[in-house]
Design a binder for this molecule. Structure first.
Ligand code: HEC
Ligand code: HEC
Ligand code: HEC
Ligand code: HEC
Ligand code: HEC
Length: 373
């Protein structure tokens, strides 16, 4: 009762509490009780920051050497966020509010998400000094602990992913990415990316829940998981190869401007390739190459921060596309191998920034289907 009263007070009179700030609880402090969730999270991309995500850091430095405007989503808990955004401060690897990246505390204190044109805005709950913070989630009748109060908040089903993942426009109103539709909720995201996993929500599992929402946030980086996003169906008739791509995900195939996802199609006879959908670069096959591209005053550019025009060849959420290819004369015994690949940093991106990690540059297999004639 008491806690509810304070909660309402914070929502209704946020101004009253603007000068009061509860102490930040860092990621590591959650491990004491939520060890399983902590370990899952540590392997996830949400735990990666400017300091240990090479691709992000190098693109950020290429976008601006002064301002770190990416902090809003990539380092949202920074205690000097404004200074980072305006260029008065640079990322500092000794500041835990920065190295914690998309931190536990940040996600679990989002009070609501405001829609906005350039990108949506995460609105944080005000936490009062001298009180333990209230962390929000989606548990039924969550327990308290001596470190925090708990409260259910409908935001954790509906909007929690929208604050960062929905869309982003640059200063010239060019779309840098768009992953979610205006009224799409986050429950679908949670079902696929945070599936129920064995083990209670905290170490002792005092409430005997027996399961919790996985915090691995598997995505394009996981070999097994990335196989499940797109179905590939192949058939041949009268020297026409038909490839049907069906996107089963709750978002378009391409939601990140650094990425390229593309088809490699080979016809093999006696182990030799007798036909391929491109010679050197997968871009030659325009229908099978999915990526963003940007221009500045008519000229192609790679880093989208200053683009004045942008476009994307995409496979929308739940969309099916039928791709048709002319085949050479085929024989019984020929094999048609259709592979969907991802380049985490597409080739032109890798050309303007020097990436050390080869996994970022070399094509990674997402899925493969083989048709034997
Ligand atoms: C509106 C929120 C938002 C802002 C602002 C933002 N990003 Fe991101 N960024 C995201 C999200 C969400 C992802 C994850 C998307 C994905 O992996 O498909 C992401 C992923 C990335 C990735 C891919 C990382 C990887 O390891 O594969 C790069 C590179 C990146 N962002 C660069 C930037 C740069 C550079 C800036 C600042 C100039 C920036 N972002 C600003 C939301 C944002
Ligand atoms: C001293 C132990 C302890 C620590 C430390 C702790 N928690 Fe908890 N937390 C709990 C307990 C106990 C529950 C209740 C679990 C249940 O009801 O099954 C809980 C529940 C939660 C919930 C669910 C809230 C809801 O309404 O659904 C979230 C979210 C949460 N904790 C986040 C965190 C985060 C983030 C940290 C670190 C900043 C943290 N906790 C640190 C013990 C702890
Ligand atoms: C505070 C901003 C923020 C919020 C809120 C957020 N994310 Fe993210 N997410 C990011 C950023 C930034 C990245 C990319 C990090 C990087 O690569 O360095 C990312 C990456 C991811 C990835 C990519 C994993 C991979 O390996 O490809 C998935 C999946 C994901 N988020 C799912 C979610 C889901 C589901 C939610 C809602 C429950 C959510 N995110 C909420 C900012 C956010
Ligand atoms: C039906 C399951 C499903 C739903 C619903 C879903 N995703 Fe995904 N998502 C996937 C799969 C599978 C992948 C990996 C394959 C890929 O990226 O092509 C993925 C990839 C991602 C990535 C990384 C993509 C990249 O190229 O970097 C992010 C970020 C992400 N999802 C966030 C979200 C968010 C946010 C939502 C809610 C709007 C969501 N997902 C809904 C299945 C799903
Ligand atoms: C990107 C946002 C995000 C981050 C980062 C994040 N969580 Fe969560 N967490 C969620 C969402 C969303 C749910 C609700 C999922 C559900 O119940 O389906 C949740 C649920 C929980 C729960 C309740 C368990 C359950 O089954 O619902 C606990 C406890 C928790 N998180 C702790 C943590 C801790 C500890 C960390 C850091 C190690 C962390 N979270 C990081 C979004 C996040």
């Amino acid at each position: 009762m008491n806690r509810l009263f304070y909660l309402q007070l914070f929502f209704l009179f946020p101004l009253l509490f603007t000068t009061l700030e509860a102490k930040y609880l860092d990621n590591h402090s959650c491990k004491e009780c939520h060890e399983g969730i902590y370990n899952e999270y540590q392997g996830s991309m949400h735990s990666k920051s400017y300091f240990n995500d090479e691709l992000h850091r190098k693109v950020a430095n290429a976008a601006s050497r002064k301002k770190y405007e990416c902090a809003t989503c990539h380092m949202p808990m920074a205690d000097n966020l404004k200074a980072l955004l305006s260029g008065k401060a640079r990322p500092d690897k000794n500041n835990v509010t920065q190295t914690d990246a998309i931190s536990c505390y940040f996600c679990h204190t989002i009070a609501y998400v405001k829609k906005a044109h350039k990108f949506n805005i995460n609105t944080k709950a005000r936490q009062a000094e001298h009180y333990k913070p209230t962390l929000y989630g989606r548990l039924n009748h969550p327990d308290e602990s001596d470190k925090h109060s708990s409260a259910s908040n409908p935001v954790y089903a509906k909007k929690v992913c929208m604050g960062c993942h929905s869309h982003k426009l640059n200063d010239n109103n060019v779309t840098i990415f768009r992953a979610m539709k205006e009224n799409q909720n986050s429950l679908g995201c949670i079902k696929c990316h945070m599936p129920e996993t064995e083990g209670g929500a905290e170490k002792m599992d005092k409430r005997a829940r027996g399961h919790h929402a996985s915090h691995k946030f598997l995505g394009i980086h996981d070999k097994a998981f990335r196989k499940t996003g797109v179905d590939i169906n192949i058939s041949v008739k009268h020297r026409k190869l038909t490839v049907v791509l069906a996107n089963k995900m709750g978002h378009p195939l391409i939601i990140q401007p650094a990425r390229a996802k593309f088809l490699k199609i080979e016809v093999l006879r006696d182990g030799k390739c007798i036909w391929k959908n491109y010679r050197k670069s997968p871009k030659e096959d325009a229908q099978g190459y999915f990526a963003y591209s940007f221009k500045k005053n008519g000229k192609k550019i790679v880093i989208p921060a200053t683009a004045t025009q942008g476009s994307v060849h995409n496979l929308d959420s739940k969309e099916k596309q039928t791709l048709i290819y002319d085949m050479p004369p085929l024989k019984k015994g020929d094999r048609i191998v259709v592979s969907l690949y991802v380049r985490l940093a597409k080739s032109d991106c890798a050309r303007v920034i020097d990436l050390k990690n080869r996994l970022l540059v070399e094509p990674q297999l997402m899925k493969q289907e083989i048709l034997k004639l």
